[in-house]
Design a protein around this ligand. Structure first.
Ligand code: 4AD
Ligand code: MG
Length: 482
């Protein structure tokens, strides 16, 4: 009999028909009620066995985690909490899962609440929980929505390389890629490692961003985007940083900073709306989970909005748009600053904003997403377009409630002399980057782009608080399990 996914069955259109479902046992209660989940949706299907006629050996094997196939008639459910259920006529067991925790290799996901920390240790099994089922279905939908958004606008999906020999952000936080013998690498006359003898004949690393290659694409296809893994060897052990994360980087010819901001806001709202429409049950489940968690917190620490309200609020409001200089003034004048409640006190112009400042602007001052523009040139990357004032660049960061920076982008410096001068100032090798400068030599044009940290978007939409819980197998300092 052809198997039907639980999501389909729960639509209730197959009443009185014989159906087969396949999935993993969540619970088996009163020797009668099996709850099975196949990952197609947050809901389980309930199947009722007649324990008087069923094979007792089979019933014993219906333990949490076991993989089974069930065939039976679909009827309207008499019980609460489900619309339909299956009256079991046949059970096939594909794989057992040891339930006795005193035995070695027993199934670690018993039907009770497990902490997210514990589930992180068994990340290879956590997909089988309600929370992670919901998170990863939402993640999938968001990825699909990103592709749909850009495809519908006529963007070309460009696959940029993962191994590169350049540092796109000029920040030097890269993972080296090499096949040289770490114990005895070949040396140059100056006793430095001789990367000429390495696999690629030069020093290479994992990419921190596909932007520079994206810019090359935009100079031919007008509108391109990348969506791929990026790597940062920064030693940041926070709830917002991964060493390996996914980034979406659109790059548009003939766009200035304003166009760039408008596209970013439109895209964020589009993908959030798409997830709300297509993963309603998952997001409702996650929202309810947070409400339940909030109940255990002291009143003062409770968040004002539920997850669903937060998402809808973000969709219903235009993002605030202010310059870095305006932001510094707001922060400097804030009571928070005067009462020295920031760890880093704001007293002058030019310093980079810490996440406490970003969150103050978004969560306390504007209470909605904020786009900050025109940062001091010294705290931004070499490729950003110099403004008339000679002090600031046409940069934009989008800050989200509970997240901080979700997008970083800019209009690019399209003027060859200015870009070269800037690169020299910042000790970025212009000869090695000659291919990049060619975009400015041959048919240069005003252009702009941005990078969206995909996991930060998933954090926002799922209401999860630790970035390790929205990527399947997180890579962070001292952690590369699975
Ligand atoms: O601000 P970033 O470093 O910008 C770039 O890489 C540009 N090349 C993008 C562009 O203009 N095409 O990174 C962009 C975004 C950040 O806003 C953040 O959301 C995310 O990538 N991000 C990280 N996410 C998780 N872990 C990390 N270590 C991240 N670093 C950046
Ligand atoms: Mg940034």
């Amino acid at each position: 009999m052809a198997r039907i996914k639980i999501k389909e069955i729960l639509k209730g259109e197959l009443i009185d028909q014989t159906v087969t479902v396949k999935g993993w046992v969540r619970t088996f209660r009163n020797n009668s009620f099996i709850a099975v989940n196949d990952g197609s949706c947050i809901h389980n299907i309930q199947a009722v066995v007649n324990f008087e006629t069923a094979d007792p050996e089979t019933l014993k094997r219906l333990t949490p985690g076991a993989c089974i196939g069930i065939t039976g008639k679909l009827i309207k459910s008499l019980g609460k909490g489900q619309t339909v259920e299956i009256v079991v006529s046949d059970i096939e067991i594909y794989g057992d899962a040891e339930a006795d925790v005193s035995k070695p290799n027993s199934y670690p996901l018993q039907p009770k609440a497990h902490s997210l920390e514990y589930l992180r240790e068994i990340a290879h099994l956590r997909f089988r929980t309600n929370v992670f089922g919901a998170v990863f279905r939402v993640r999938h939908t968001l990825a699909y929505a990103v592709h749909k958004f850009f495809n519908d606008k006529g963007f070309l999906y460009l696959h940029t390389p993962i191994i590169t020999s350049s540092d796109a952000e000029g920040a030097g936080e890269m993972f080296r890629v090499t096949t040289l013998d770490p114990k005895a690498p070949p040396l140059t006359e100056n006793n430095e490692v001789d990367f000429k003898q390495d696999f690629f004949g030069k020093a290479t690393n994992l990419t921190v961003s596909g932007q520079l290659e994206g810019e090359l694409g935009a100079m031919a296809f007008s509108d391109v985007y990348t969506f791929g893994p990026t790597f940062r060897a920064e030693n940041s052990n926070t709830t917002r940083h991964l060493a390996e994360f996914w980034m979406i980087e659109p790059e548009m010819a003939f766009f200035d900073l304003k166009d760039n901001m408008a596209l970013a806001e439109e895209m964020l709202k589009y993908v959030i709306t798409y997830a709300l429409e297509n993963n309603k049950d998952d997001i409702e489940f996650l929202s309810q989970r947070l409400l339940d968690e909030e109940k255990n917190k002291p009143q003062a620490d409770r968040s004002e909005l539920s997850l669903l309200e937060k998402l809808n609020f973000c969709l219903g409001n235009e993002f605030a748009k202010i310059t870095y200089t305006e932001a510094i003034n707001i922060l400097r004048e804030s009571n928070h600053n005067k009462k020295k409640k920031f760890q880093y006190i704001i007293d002058g112009w030019g310093a980079d904003l810490q996440s406490e400042h970003e969150r103050y602007l978004v969560e306390k001052h504007f209470k909605k997403p904020v786009i900050l523009t025109d940062y001091p040139k010294d705290i931004k990357s070499f490729y950003m377009r110099m403004n008339e004032d000679g002090k600031t660049v046409a940069a934009m960061d989008i800050l989200f409630p509970g997240i901080g920076e979700i997008i970083g982008g800019s209009q690019r410096e399209e003027r060859l002399e200015k870009l070269e001068a800037r690169m020299k100032d910042m000790h970025i090798p212009t000869e090695e980057m000659s291919w990049y400068l060619d975009t400015r030599r041959f048919g240069s044009c005003p252009h702009a782009g941005f990078g969206l940290g995909f996991e930060r978007l998933v954090l926002f939409v799922t209401g999860m608080t630790n970035i390790r819980d929205v990527i399947a197998f997180p890579r962070t300092p001292n952690n590369c399990e699975f």
